[in-house]
Design a protein around this ligand. Structure first.
Ligand code: SAM
Length: 344
């Protein structure tokens, strides 16, 4: 019964406090604190409170929490009121218009994932997603029933996917030598952010983005200035409709949304569309190694979808049943791992 070690205590407190840190980040992001301090660096808490239309007491607490988390810095503390500025981390990832902005994903975490996670106990007991408990809606297909039947929720979800795809896209697009392929189809390619990373990285490649009609109709919203005519968009349902022909199929963060039966249905359609030598590139976070990121992401899939994250072995087995082999994996240093298999 010796006294607890300081580092053990620190570690456990850090874990207990994780949700407070997440919520402080989400709240500052939703209240646009980082954008405000980028355009007007050095405001004090009272000035920030006025701009974000919040209480002086609450704003001061929130700003100090952001300082403690390394998201804001205090320029002046000695004689005057503390003046706040963004840290490099905030400037890089938290501004709405930063090239690697994660704002879309953070808002999705706040508005969708957080309510779902508050029912994690039920998710674990029942082994199912928690849309009904969190949002009062039974959802057979979370995309069509939950995310896409309300314009604001749809845009929020698409913004979330767009921001992650922009941050991870290059690492996935450059994981393998794809110079043998001229045509690709990004199934569930959402806003096209990943597809544009592929055409940027591979000058001879054209990519068709295939997604549900509700998503494809929003494409202009995400690329108003985009001039790359090597990216095209086709609307359809990948479980029901014919897939566009391509030499390379891309599934980025698609299979983790679905249980094995649906994965088999999709893979059989892709296998049917492929001739020998065609390839399938999967981007997911693989459970191997059990980093906290992929294990927690699997809990996220449990609470949010019908799917799960899987191991490299599980993907290899699923694919081998559809005639794909010669698999290779690259563990990128980004959120996603890349996995490629060839149709035999
Ligand atoms: N691939 C994108 C990425 O990595 O950012 C988006 C991943 S998101 C988790 C899943 C995507 O699959 C969404 O864009 C969704 O609209 C699309 N999707 C879901 N069900 C679909 C279906 N039945 N047919 C076509 N696309 C579908």
């Amino acid at each position: 019964n010796s006294e607890p070690k300081k580092e053990d205590l620190q570690r456990i407190i850090e874990l207990m406090d994780g949700f407070k840190a997440s919520k402080a980040l989400f709240t500052a992001s939703k209240m646009c604190v980082f954008d405000l301090l980028q355009s007007r660096p050095g405001l004090d808490a009272g000035q920030v409170a006025q701009e974000i239309k919040a209480s002086a007491k609450g704003t001061e607490c929130l700003l100090e929490a952001c300082v403690s988390l390394g998201l804001l810095k205090c320029k002046e503390r000695t004689y005057q009121k503390p003046a706040y500025v963004n840290t490099d981390l905030a400037t890089r990832f938290l501004l709405s218009d930063a090239p690697f902005s994660l704002q879309g994903y953070i808002w999705h975490c706040n508005d969708t994932v957080w309510p779902l996670f508050s029912h994690l106990e039920s998710a674990v007991q029942e082994g199912t997603n928690q849309h009904e408990k969190a949002f009062g809606k039974k959802s057979k297909d979370m995309f069509q029933d939950t995310f896409y039947n309300n314009q604001a929720v749809k845009l929020r979800f698409m913004n979330a996917m767009h921001s992650i795809a922009k941050v991870t896209g290059k690492a996935v697009a450059t994981a393998f030598d794809l110079c043998g392929f001229k045509t690709a189809c990004d199934l569930g390619g959402c806003t096209g952010a990943m597809a544009y990373e592929f055409t940027k990285a591979h000058p001879a490649l054209s990519v068709t983005v295939f997604d549900l009609p509700a998503v494809i109709e929003m494409r202009e919203h995400f690329h108003p200035l985009q001039k790359d005519n090597r990216v095209s968009f086709v609307a359809g349902d990948f479980f029901k409709d014919e897939l566009p022909k391509a030499e390379l199929y891309i599934l980025a963060r698609i299979l983790h949304d679905w249980p094995d039966e649906k994965v088999h249905l999709l893979l059989s359609k892709i296998a049917h569309a492929c001739t020998p030598g065609c390839a399938l590139l999967i981007a997911e976070t693989m459970l191997d190694g059990q980093t906290a990121y992929s294990a927690l992401q699997s809990l996220n899939m449990l609470a949010q979808t019908e799917g799960t994250e899987r191991t490299e072995r599980q993907y290899t087995d699923l694919l081998s049943k559809h005639g794909f082999g010669d698999t290779r994996v690259v563990h990128t240093t980004n959120f996603l791992d890349a996995f490629i298999a060839i149709k035999m």
